[in-house]
Design a protein around this ligand. Sequence first.
Ligand code: IMP
Length: 183
Amino acid sequence: MDDSHISADLDRVLFTAEELDARLAEIAAEIDAEYRDKDVLLVGVLTGAVMVMADLSRALTTHCSMDWMAISSYGSGTQSSGVVRILKDLNTDISGRHVLVVEDIIDTGLTLSYLVSNLKSREPASLEIMTMFRKPEAAENAVDVKWVGFDIPNEFVVGYGLDYGGRYRNLRCLGSLAPHVYS
Ligand code: IMP
């Protein structure tokens, strides 16, 4: 789906599919360099990270494995609460592995803080984080994110895996939702 198919639902396009692709290629080159002699395990957080995981993993030139977690953050509408429950755990034992968490977006960083402390307790050889988007509030949080696709304004965005009410994940670009959609 392109923005032209849902133009009435969007305020504006923040990044086109081409811009997202180009930035991912830059990050993939850095990740390639970092893990050249290591077997990295990419851990995606369902469901938002499916697009970035698919595109990032295919942009890599080094071997990688993939696994997924599903977590639910208790919150309503457009707010996250930081209270997190694991709905689907990893299939992989990450002890001694080089783990790279692949995230769609960090807003408050509360979900990620929980995830990082949970994964660290499993004693991976290393644990790094890549996120495609990051909002300003996340900068106030202590979680160390090694790769950030784009820092974005504090707006509710959809597309490239991100949803509102289950919709818009299949939008190729990243757009900000028009207020009439959620008010
Ligand atoms: P955090 O715990 O506040 O960092 O929230 C992270 C999660 O909230 C993300 O993984 C998304 O699922 C969701 N989220 C945060 N901001 C947005 C947004 O602008 N659009 C869609 N989902 C969002």
